[in-house]
Design a protein around this ligand. Structure first.
Ligand SMILES: C[S@@+](CC[C@H](N)C(=O)[O-])C[C@H]1O[C@@H](n2cnc3c(N)ncnc32)[C@H](O)[C@@H]1O
Length: 275
Protein backbone atom coordinates (compact mmCIF):
# COMPACT_ATOMS: atom_id res chain seq x y z
CA UNK A 1 0.00 0.00 0.00
CA UNK A 2 1.23 3.45 -0.92
CA UNK A 3 2.18 5.38 2.21
CA UNK A 4 0.19 8.41 1.08
CA UNK A 5 -3.12 6.56 0.81
CA UNK A 6 -5.40 6.25 3.83
CA UNK A 7 -5.11 2.81 5.39
CA UNK A 8 -8.89 2.49 5.54
CA UNK A 9 -9.21 3.30 1.86
CA UNK A 10 -10.49 0.64 -0.47
CA UNK A 11 -7.82 -1.65 -1.91
CA UNK A 12 -6.42 -0.20 -5.08
CA UNK A 13 -7.02 3.39 -3.99
CA UNK A 14 -3.31 4.02 -3.62
CA UNK A 15 -2.09 7.26 -5.01
CA UNK A 16 -5.55 8.60 -5.77
CA UNK A 17 -5.46 12.37 -5.24
CA UNK A 18 -9.14 12.23 -4.34
CA UNK A 19 -8.32 10.09 -1.32
CA UNK A 20 -6.24 12.49 0.70
CA UNK A 21 -5.73 11.17 4.23
CA UNK A 22 -8.43 12.40 6.54
CA UNK A 23 -10.54 13.68 3.67
CA UNK A 24 -13.25 11.09 4.17
CA UNK A 25 -14.05 10.84 7.89
CA UNK A 26 -17.43 9.23 7.17
CA UNK A 27 -16.12 6.82 4.54
CA UNK A 28 -17.38 9.34 1.99
CA UNK A 29 -14.75 8.44 -0.57
CA UNK A 30 -15.25 9.86 -4.03
CA UNK A 31 -15.08 7.11 -6.67
CA UNK A 32 -15.54 4.47 -3.98
CA UNK A 33 -17.15 2.02 -6.41
CA UNK A 34 -14.05 2.00 -8.57
CA UNK A 35 -12.10 0.47 -5.71
CA UNK A 36 -14.87 -1.69 -4.30
CA UNK A 37 -16.98 -2.55 -7.37
CA UNK A 38 -20.67 -3.33 -6.79
CA UNK A 39 -20.55 -6.48 -8.94
CA UNK A 40 -18.47 -8.37 -6.36
CA UNK A 41 -21.31 -7.99 -3.90
CA UNK A 42 -24.51 -8.03 -5.96
CA UNK A 43 -23.38 -11.21 -7.70
CA UNK A 44 -23.57 -12.96 -4.31
CA UNK A 45 -27.32 -12.27 -4.14
CA UNK A 46 -29.71 -14.66 -5.88
CA UNK A 47 -31.52 -12.93 -8.76
CA UNK A 48 -34.96 -14.05 -7.59
CA UNK A 49 -34.38 -12.80 -4.04
CA UNK A 50 -37.26 -10.29 -3.97
CA UNK A 51 -39.72 -12.82 -5.31
CA UNK A 52 -38.74 -15.34 -2.69
CA UNK A 53 -38.82 -12.82 0.16
CA UNK A 54 -42.12 -11.23 -0.89
CA UNK A 55 -44.11 -13.88 -2.73
CA UNK A 56 -47.49 -12.36 -1.89
CA UNK A 57 -46.84 -8.61 -2.11
CA UNK A 58 -49.09 -7.04 -4.73
CA UNK A 59 -47.89 -3.48 -4.13
CA UNK A 60 -44.56 -1.84 -5.05
CA UNK A 61 -41.74 -2.80 -2.70
CA UNK A 62 -39.89 -0.06 -0.86
CA UNK A 63 -36.15 -0.20 -0.17
CA UNK A 64 -33.83 2.05 1.82
CA UNK A 65 -30.11 2.20 1.01
CA UNK A 66 -28.21 3.84 3.86
CA UNK A 67 -24.81 5.36 3.01
CA UNK A 68 -25.24 5.06 -0.75
CA UNK A 69 -22.14 7.12 -1.64
CA UNK A 70 -22.54 8.20 -5.29
CA UNK A 71 -25.14 5.53 -6.00
CA UNK A 72 -23.31 2.93 -8.07
CA UNK A 73 -24.09 0.09 -5.67
CA UNK A 74 -27.71 1.26 -5.30
CA UNK A 75 -28.23 1.16 -9.07
CA UNK A 76 -26.47 -2.21 -9.35
CA UNK A 77 -28.67 -3.63 -6.57
CA UNK A 78 -31.79 -2.28 -8.26
CA UNK A 79 -30.81 -3.81 -11.60
CA UNK A 80 -29.79 -7.12 -10.08
CA UNK A 81 -32.86 -7.54 -7.89
CA UNK A 82 -35.21 -6.71 -10.76
CA UNK A 83 -33.33 -8.78 -13.30
CA UNK A 84 -32.50 -5.81 -15.55
CA UNK A 85 -29.53 -5.97 -17.88
CA UNK A 86 -26.81 -3.32 -17.75
CA UNK A 87 -27.95 -1.87 -21.10
CA UNK A 88 -31.56 -1.48 -20.04
CA UNK A 89 -32.75 1.97 -19.11
CA UNK A 90 -35.58 3.44 -17.13
CA UNK A 91 -38.29 2.59 -19.69
CA UNK A 92 -37.81 -1.14 -19.32
CA UNK A 93 -40.18 -3.28 -17.32
CA UNK A 94 -38.61 -5.10 -14.41
CA UNK A 95 -38.31 -8.75 -15.37
CA UNK A 96 -38.53 -10.16 -11.87
CA UNK A 97 -42.23 -9.28 -11.63
CA UNK A 98 -41.77 -6.85 -8.74
CA UNK A 99 -41.89 -3.12 -8.64
CA UNK A 100 -39.21 -1.54 -6.43
CA UNK A 101 -38.76 2.01 -5.22
CA UNK A 102 -35.44 2.77 -3.59
CA UNK A 103 -34.65 5.67 -1.30
CA UNK A 104 -30.87 6.09 -1.09
CA UNK A 105 -29.28 8.48 1.37
CA UNK A 106 -25.82 9.70 2.22
CA UNK A 107 -24.35 12.25 4.60
CA UNK A 108 -22.22 13.78 1.83
CA UNK A 109 -24.16 16.26 -0.37
CA UNK A 110 -21.53 16.24 -3.14
CA UNK A 111 -21.81 12.46 -3.55
CA UNK A 112 -25.60 12.73 -3.60
CA UNK A 113 -25.51 15.40 -6.26
CA UNK A 114 -23.37 13.14 -8.43
CA UNK A 115 -25.73 10.21 -7.81
CA UNK A 116 -28.71 12.33 -8.85
CA UNK A 117 -27.01 13.48 -12.02
CA UNK A 118 -26.03 9.96 -13.06
CA UNK A 119 -29.13 8.02 -12.06
CA UNK A 120 -30.54 5.91 -14.90
CA UNK A 121 -33.79 5.28 -12.97
CA UNK A 122 -34.87 8.68 -11.58
CA UNK A 123 -38.51 7.60 -11.33
CA UNK A 124 -37.73 4.61 -9.09
CA UNK A 125 -34.51 5.52 -7.29
CA UNK A 126 -34.41 8.69 -5.19
CA UNK A 127 -31.15 10.04 -3.78
CA UNK A 128 -31.19 12.28 -0.74
CA UNK A 129 -28.65 14.04 1.43
CA UNK A 130 -29.34 12.80 4.96
CA UNK A 131 -27.35 12.12 8.11
CA UNK A 132 -29.07 8.94 9.21
CA UNK A 133 -27.85 9.56 12.77
CA UNK A 134 -29.65 12.89 13.04
CA UNK A 135 -32.99 11.74 14.39
CA UNK A 136 -34.56 15.20 14.27
CA UNK A 137 -34.09 15.25 10.48
CA UNK A 138 -34.38 11.58 9.54
CA UNK A 139 -37.75 10.94 11.21
CA UNK A 140 -39.76 13.58 9.31
CA UNK A 141 -37.82 12.96 6.12
CA UNK A 142 -38.32 9.20 6.06
CA UNK A 143 -41.94 9.46 7.21
CA UNK A 144 -42.65 11.86 4.41
CA UNK A 145 -41.11 9.51 1.80
CA UNK A 146 -42.98 6.48 3.18
CA UNK A 147 -46.18 8.50 3.42
CA UNK A 148 -46.16 9.03 -0.35
CA UNK A 149 -46.74 5.28 -0.64
CA UNK A 150 -49.14 5.09 2.29
CA UNK A 151 -46.53 3.18 4.29
CA UNK A 152 -44.71 3.54 7.58
CA UNK A 153 -41.85 1.05 7.08
CA UNK A 154 -39.57 -0.21 4.31
CA UNK A 155 -39.71 -3.74 2.97
CA UNK A 156 -35.94 -4.01 2.80
CA UNK A 157 -32.97 -1.96 3.97
CA UNK A 158 -29.41 -2.06 2.63
CA UNK A 159 -26.49 -1.12 4.83
CA UNK A 160 -23.36 -1.86 2.86
CA UNK A 161 -19.93 -0.99 4.25
CA UNK A 162 -21.43 1.64 6.54
CA UNK A 163 -21.53 0.18 10.08
CA UNK A 164 -17.84 0.90 10.79
CA UNK A 165 -18.26 4.59 9.99
CA UNK A 166 -21.31 4.89 12.22
CA UNK A 167 -19.47 2.99 14.96
CA UNK A 168 -16.25 5.05 14.76
CA UNK A 169 -18.09 8.35 14.64
CA UNK A 170 -20.81 7.61 17.19
CA UNK A 171 -19.36 4.90 19.45
CA UNK A 172 -21.02 1.74 20.77
CA UNK A 173 -24.19 3.54 21.73
CA UNK A 174 -24.43 5.06 18.25
CA UNK A 175 -24.05 1.66 16.59
CA UNK A 176 -26.69 0.13 18.89
CA UNK A 177 -29.09 2.98 18.21
CA UNK A 178 -28.46 2.75 14.47
CA UNK A 179 -29.15 -1.00 14.34
CA UNK A 180 -32.21 -0.65 16.52
CA UNK A 181 -33.54 2.14 14.30
CA UNK A 182 -32.95 0.18 11.09
CA UNK A 183 -34.55 -2.96 12.49
CA UNK A 184 -37.66 -1.01 13.46
CA UNK A 185 -37.83 0.59 10.02
CA UNK A 186 -37.16 -2.37 7.71
CA UNK A 187 -38.78 -5.78 7.47
CA UNK A 188 -35.61 -7.22 5.94
CA UNK A 189 -32.12 -5.86 6.37
CA UNK A 190 -29.09 -6.70 4.25
CA UNK A 191 -25.87 -5.71 6.04
CA UNK A 192 -22.27 -5.85 4.96
CA UNK A 193 -20.30 -5.14 8.15
CA UNK A 194 -16.66 -4.09 7.92
CA UNK A 195 -14.31 -6.47 9.77
CA UNK A 196 -12.37 -5.25 12.81
CA UNK A 197 -9.08 -5.03 10.95
CA UNK A 198 -10.56 -2.15 8.93
CA UNK A 199 -11.33 -0.28 12.16
CA UNK A 200 -7.75 -0.60 13.34
CA UNK A 201 -6.42 0.66 10.04
CA UNK A 202 -8.83 3.60 9.89
CA UNK A 203 -8.17 4.70 13.46
CA UNK A 204 -4.39 4.24 13.21
CA UNK A 205 -4.16 6.33 10.08
CA UNK A 206 -6.19 9.17 11.47
CA UNK A 207 -4.27 9.12 14.75
CA UNK A 208 -1.01 9.44 12.83
CA UNK A 209 -2.44 12.49 11.17
CA UNK A 210 -3.22 14.04 14.53
CA UNK A 211 -6.96 13.69 14.10
CA UNK A 212 -8.90 12.78 17.21
CA UNK A 213 -12.27 12.32 15.51
CA UNK A 214 -12.18 8.64 16.26
CA UNK A 215 -11.51 8.89 19.99
CA UNK A 216 -14.35 6.42 20.34
CA UNK A 217 -12.15 3.74 18.83
CA UNK A 218 -10.16 3.03 22.00
CA UNK A 219 -13.27 2.69 24.10
CA UNK A 220 -15.32 0.48 21.80
CA UNK A 221 -16.51 -2.53 23.79
CA UNK A 222 -18.22 -3.93 20.72
CA UNK A 223 -15.22 -5.24 18.82
CA UNK A 224 -13.60 -8.34 17.37
CA UNK A 225 -15.70 -10.43 14.99
CA UNK A 226 -17.97 -7.63 13.80
CA UNK A 227 -20.25 -9.82 11.69
CA UNK A 228 -20.88 -12.00 14.75
CA UNK A 229 -21.33 -8.98 17.06
CA UNK A 230 -23.79 -7.29 14.73
CA UNK A 231 -25.68 -10.56 14.30
CA UNK A 232 -25.82 -10.89 18.09
CA UNK A 233 -27.17 -7.35 18.53
CA UNK A 234 -29.81 -7.71 15.82
CA UNK A 235 -31.02 -11.11 16.99
CA UNK A 236 -30.86 -10.52 20.76
CA UNK A 237 -31.78 -6.84 21.11
CA UNK A 238 -33.61 -5.95 17.92
CA UNK A 239 -36.07 -8.81 17.39
CA UNK A 240 -34.53 -9.88 14.08
CA UNK A 241 -33.50 -13.31 12.86
CA UNK A 242 -30.61 -14.18 10.57
CA UNK A 243 -32.09 -15.51 7.34
CA UNK A 244 -28.98 -16.08 5.30
CA UNK A 245 -25.31 -15.26 4.96
CA UNK A 246 -24.48 -14.76 1.32
CA UNK A 247 -20.85 -15.53 1.93
CA UNK A 248 -17.75 -13.46 1.93
CA UNK A 249 -16.69 -11.33 -0.96
CA UNK A 250 -13.10 -11.44 -2.09
CA UNK A 251 -12.64 -8.56 0.31
CA UNK A 252 -13.47 -10.73 3.31
CA UNK A 253 -16.87 -9.23 4.04
CA UNK A 254 -20.07 -11.11 4.73
CA UNK A 255 -23.46 -10.14 3.34
CA UNK A 256 -25.95 -10.88 6.08
CA UNK A 257 -29.71 -10.90 5.54
CA UNK A 258 -31.94 -10.40 8.58
CA UNK A 259 -35.70 -10.48 8.96
CA UNK A 260 -37.73 -8.68 11.58
CA UNK A 261 -39.83 -10.78 13.94
CA UNK A 262 -41.88 -7.74 14.89
CA UNK A 263 -45.46 -7.49 13.67
CA UNK A 264 -45.04 -3.76 12.91
CA UNK A 265 -44.11 -4.35 9.31
CA UNK A 266 -46.74 -3.85 6.67
CA UNK A 267 -45.33 -6.60 4.45
CA UNK A 268 -46.45 -9.17 6.94
CA UNK A 269 -49.84 -7.52 7.49
CA UNK A 270 -50.63 -7.29 3.79
CA UNK A 271 -49.58 -10.86 3.00
CA UNK A 272 -51.71 -12.06 5.90
CA UNK A 273 -54.65 -10.00 4.62
CA UNK A 274 -54.21 -11.45 1.17
CA UNK A 275 -54.54 -15.03 2.42
C1 LIG B 1 -17.61 3.10 2.46
S1 LIG B 1 -18.94 3.94 1.78
C2 LIG B 1 -20.03 2.66 1.21
C3 LIG B 1 -20.81 3.05 -0.04
C4 LIG B 1 -21.79 1.99 -0.56
N1 LIG B 1 -22.78 1.66 0.44
C5 LIG B 1 -21.04 0.77 -1.00
O1 LIG B 1 -20.96 -0.18 -0.22
O2 LIG B 1 -20.54 0.75 -2.12
C6 LIG B 1 -19.78 4.49 3.26
C7 LIG B 1 -20.80 5.58 2.99
O3 LIG B 1 -21.56 5.82 4.17
C8 LIG B 1 -21.83 7.20 4.24
N2 LIG B 1 -22.17 7.57 5.62
C9 LIG B 1 -21.37 7.48 6.72
N3 LIG B 1 -22.00 7.95 7.81
C10 LIG B 1 -23.26 8.29 7.39
C11 LIG B 1 -24.40 8.84 8.05
N4 LIG B 1 -24.36 9.15 9.36
N5 LIG B 1 -25.52 9.08 7.34
C12 LIG B 1 -25.55 8.79 6.01
N6 LIG B 1 -24.51 8.30 5.32
C13 LIG B 1 -23.37 8.04 6.01
C14 LIG B 1 -20.54 7.84 3.74
O4 LIG B 1 -20.69 9.16 3.32
C15 LIG B 1 -20.14 6.89 2.61
O5 LIG B 1 -20.57 7.34 1.35
Amino acid sequence: RNASAPAWAPPGAEGSPALEPGAAPYGNFPNYSRFHPPEGRVSLLPGGLLRSLFPAAARPLLGLDVGCNSGELSVALYRHLLGLQESEGSLDQPAAGKDLNLLCCDIDPVLIERAQQCSPFPASISFANLDIMDSSVREPFLSSYLGRFGRSTFDIGFCMSVTMWIHLNHGDSGLLEFLSFLSSLCQYLLIEPQPWKCYRAAARRLRKLGRNDFDHFRSLAINGDMAARITQILTKDCAMELVCCFGSTSWDRSLLLFKSNSSNHEGRESSEQEQ
